[in-house]
Design a protein around this ligand. Structure first.
Ligand code: GLU
Length: 580
């Protein structure tokens, strides 16, 4: 495998900065200060809200042809693999909720990456010590078996209307004819968001043509990916999990010179996406439904909202110190439970029902006072095994979320990730491989010898924060689809956007635009360059440790009102909503 000297990259970056100002800008609106103006989109029949205009357009074309929500989702994900490779792709994993409107059936699907069977709790340890996270992320070590394709194929078999191959047409065409590099992709390459990008040959050649980071507005083709799509379109996901592509994935992982991984052809061939029970709880006149383990997203978002259910939030201004204080306290309590109890339930006993139990959460909510609680401890939910010790993993922001409603009222809410921006930075057959295994705890046990629920185990799926959500009204009518990237802050972004719509009567675009406030059982983070940052002194007076910082979500949601569909896209990314 080719290695590139660091000096070459530094020189390339200098050259890029000198030339990028002249790059043309056609497809994407100005991404000034990292924000673009988005306006609420309304439609009557169907809608797609996704993180890139090419992907939204591809989804719309499928819906126009009479495709179902899952059909459109496959077209969207394939195009995102091409145009937003920093965030998601067929080399990664995903979680999704599907709403079958005719049969009033909600299903949830787990396409999370799996640890190789040869991996164990020592995966991220060297000489008896935890590896440095930044050294672990690149190369083969953290690559899990990708789950996106197996999951989409599984849902398509149940709910697809158009032929599988049709759903790849846009992605093939764009890969062959070329697509315009988005300002977000160009900035992610040029800023070195993942410092290892360019270390390995294939990604170096693709993202640094002529030795320079590819500029926004440049046209890029990806013939290798077009060929991959053609093969999967023809043969289904087995063209990916078995045969040449699978063997090349394995070889790329195992031969990453400085940090090889353990993935084998058997790991690839035996991967299965899993349909799991969704996690639902009542909230006032609504029912909130999210994804269960191995993501912590569903349980933790539900905990946050239910901890606030009796706090009369609608009487408070959304950007007031009182509202942010309450939200932050709920975040502290929920993340304390998340750190202790949540992991892959196929391996550890996760007390899912207990964690979202109404009575338990009432007791926990009573811990919230008008002063900051400091660091929250995990509670004792019903039926919880008390042997676990709290642990965190520093999930990094990349990832993508899209929401789709088709003309029959079916919905699909999917969050998809290759973990760190550009994942492991290993590329083969035109796509990047994830580094999702870094979402495991690097330690297996704590100093007093108690095991950590989210430790690495063979064949296990790392705990996630991804939170695709759907909200239903009291008649079981789908009223909202939402989700976001953002590492472990995802949970806060999704909870806050739901409160915007459900408590503060905002339309979905206004709720997404609302400045972010976040607490993960530590500092209260306020979004920089927004009005919310002015609350710092007031919150400090209540005892909060406050950090004003960039908070890069990627919320893409749809609300179904009595008058039709309303969609919102995150101004912090370059997405688009379209509907008819
Ligand atoms: N790897 C993270 C997770 O699965 C997501 C990373 C992100 O959103 O940025 O929860």
């Amino acid at each position: 495998m080719k290695q590139r000297p660091i000096k070459t990259i530094a020189l390339a970056l200098t050259l890029f900065i000198a030339t990028s100002a002249t790059a043309k800008e056609a497809r994407y609106p100005e991404f000034g200060n990292g924000r673009i103006e988005q306006t609420l989109v309304k439609a009557q029949e169907y809608m797609v809200a996704a993180a890139n205009p090419y992907a939204t357009e591809a989804g719309m074309r499928i819906l126009e042809q009479g495709g179902s929500a899952i059909d459109a989702a496959i077209a969207v994900q394939m195009v995102l693999t091409l145009v937003e490779p920093e965030s998601s792709g067929i080399g990664g994993g995903a979680f999704a909720l599907h709403w079958d409107n005719e049969n009033k059936k909600l299903s949830s699907f787990d396409g999370r990456e799996k640890a190789p069977m040869a991996a164990d709790e020592k995966l991220f340890q060297e000489n008896g010590k935890n590896m440095n996270w930044w050294e672990a992320l690149a190369g083969g070590r953290a690559v899990g078996v990708p789950g996106v394709l197996a999951m989409l194929e599984k849902v398509h078999k149940q709910y697809g209307k158009l032929p599988w191959a049709t759903l790849f047409e846009d992605a093939v065409q764009l890969s062959e004819a070329g697509f315009e590099i988005s300002p977000k992709l160009a900035a992610s390459i040029a800023r070195g968001t993942n410092p290892a990008l360019g270390r390995y040959g294939d990604a170096w050649e693709y993202f640094f043509p002529d030795g320079k980071p590819i500029a926004k507005g440049a046209m890029r083709k990806n013939p290798a990916l077009a060929m991959t799509f053609r093969r999967i379109a023809l043969l289904g996901s087995k063209a990916f999990y078995k045969g040449e592509i699978a063997l090349d994935i394995v070889d790329t992982v195992q031969s990453a010179e400085d940090n090889p991984g353990m993935l084998t052809a058997e790991d690839m061939a035996s991967y299965e996406a899993i349909e799991r029970p969704p996690v639902c709880a009542p909230y006032k006149a609504y029912k909130l439904c999210g994804m269960g383990p191995p993501t912590s997203g569903g349980m933790t978002v539900i905990q946050m909202l239910k901890l606030l259910e009796d706090k009369n939030l609608s009487a408070l201004k959304p950007l007031s110190a009182e509202a942010v204080h309450l939200f932050a306290q709920a975040g502290k309590l929920a993340y304390a439970d998340r750190g202790k109890y949540m992991a892959d339930a196929d391996f550890v006993d996760v007390p899912v029902e207990g964690l979202i139990d109404g009575e338990y959460l009432k007791q926990r909510a009573a811990l919230i006072t008008d002063k900051d609680m400091g660091s929250a401890s995990a509670g004792t939910p019903p039926n919880a095994d008390q042997n676990w010790k709290t642990a965190t993993s520093p999930e990094q922001p990349s990832t993508t979320h899209f929401s789709i409603v088709d003309k029959d009222g079916n919905g699909f809410s999917m969050t998809s990730s290759i973990e760190m921006a550009f994942g492991s930075t290993l590329m083969t057959h035109g796509f990047l491989l994830n580094n999702q295994l870094t979402d495991f705890s690097f330690s297996e046990s704590t100093e007093d010898g108690k095991l950590i629920a989210n430790r690495v185990q063979p064949g296990k799926r790392p705990r996630s924060s991804m939170s695709p959500f759907m909200v239903f009204d009291k008649d079981d009518k789908l009223v909202m689809l939402i989700g976001s990237p953002g590492g472990s802050r995802i949970i806060n972004y999704v909870a806050k956007t739901m409160l915007g719509v459900l408590e503060w009567n905002m339309d979905i675009q206004t709720a997404i635009d609302m400045p972010h406030f976040v607490n993960r059982n530590g500092s209260t983070d306020l979004e920089d360059n927004t009005a919310i940052s002015q609350l710092k002194p007031q919150l400090e007076a209540l005892g909060h440790k406050v950090s004003v910082r960039d908070l890069n979500s990627g919320l893409h949601g749809i609300v179904i009102t009595p008058d039709g569909l309303e969609g919102g896209a995150d101004p912090r990314r370059v997405g688009r909503v379209m509907g008819k």
